[in-house]
Design a protein around this ligand. Structure first.
Ligand code: ZN
Length: 324
């Protein structure tokens, strides 16, 4: 270890790797947890790249891919520093929390920039952002479909109006190798996400989705590992030529369908399926099988994710269509 650090994370000497755990010591509500990290000190000096995962604690392919990257990237091939935090939602992991964290029941990926005097999740978001994320040059947040979600791999990013940073973010998103991309509007409907607030705070940041349903499918893990590796090469942190991959196709909107009533959801589409506007995508019945509602596609496009559990509350999420 050196006296170099990224906030509470101690960084290794050049050419070395370090693993360990850190906490946010000046906030007692956070300090009862320790977060795992892996850090790679490149042989040569350069920029800092942050890989995060597990902000949704049951999105295991992202967590596993982050750990694997931290253990296998070769420090002698790195210019700069790579820091991996494979599990942001530390309270939720052994609880198998879906969407939220058990400390306050909030979705951590809606709370950025957070507050130092807020709820547990707001405090966590504030400390993570101000002490770690704002001090890096590049960041990728790895996700999957949650425990009850299936998805086709896609990337999400937002432009921030700074031509140079926007170009870097697009370059990163296209180097990941996903077929689909969601570009959120500047006034996106889901505020408070880590990648978007990071991008607005000066970091070239994006999000990638691969896998889901609580399964560690090797192909889904490898997609994340390859995608991040390719991004590291594209931005010059890792030696080697990036693999040529087709740029992602940007969908026109990201329409989340919610249920008009509680009931059993019978999904009639699969992820990556193309649908036309008004196509039936699912049916909702009550608990004795009576039809409650027919769910139709609000736009034509591609099904990006579906909820795989049939038990749906009123206003519960059903699936999402990316408009084409
Ligand atoms: Zn997620």
């Amino acid at each position: 270890m050196t006296d170099r650090s990224l906030g509470p994370i101690p960084l290794p000497e050049r050419g070395q790797r370090a693993t360990g755990s850190f906490t946010f010591a000046d906030d007692p509500s956070l300090a009862k947890y320790r977060w795992p990290f892996l850090a790679i000190g490149g042989q040569q000096s350069g920029a800092t790249f942050l890989v995060t995962a597990g902000i949704h604690a049951a999105e295991y392919t992202g967590i596993e891919a982050a750990i694997r990257l931290g253990r296998t990237l070769d420090p002698t091939a790195v210019r700069g520093t790579i820091v991996v935090i494979p599990l942001l939602n530390r309270p939720g992991f052994y609880e198998r929390s879906i969407y939220t964290n058990p400390e306050d029941g909030d979705n951590l990926n809606r709370l950025f920039p957070g507050r130092s005097d807020g709820t547990w999740g707001e405090r966590f978001a504030h400390h993570l952002l101000t002490e770690i994320v704002k001090n890096v040059d590049y960041a990728i947040d790895l996700h999957a479909g949650d425990l009850i979600e299936d998805l086709v791999p896609f990337v999400i990013y937002r432009e921030v109006g700074d031509p140079k940073r926007d170009e870097t973010i697009r370059q990163m998103a296209n180097a990941y190798g996903a077929r689909w991309a969601v570009k959120t509007a500047p006034t996106g409907e889901r505020p408070g996400t880590l990648f978007a607030v990071a991008a607005q705070s000066g970091v070239a940041a994006m999000l990638a989705e691969s896998g889901g349903r609580g399964l560690l499918v090797e192909e889904d893990v490898i997609r994340h590992v390859r995608g991040v590796t390719n991004i590291l090469r594209a931005v010059g942190i890792l030696a080697g030529t990036p693999e040529p991959v087709a740029p992602a196709r940007v969908v026109k909107s990201f329409d989340w369908l919610r249920s008009p009533a509680e009931g059993m959801f019978h999904c009639r589409v699969s992820v990556d399926q193309l649908v036309k506007k008004d196509d039936v995508v699912g049916e909702l019945t009550d608990l004795v099988g009576e039809p409650l509602a027919t769910i139709t596609a609000p736009v034509g496009g591609v099904v990006l994710f579906t909820v795989t559990s049939p038990a749906i509350k009123k206003d519960g999420l059903l699936l999402a269509v990316g408009a084409l």
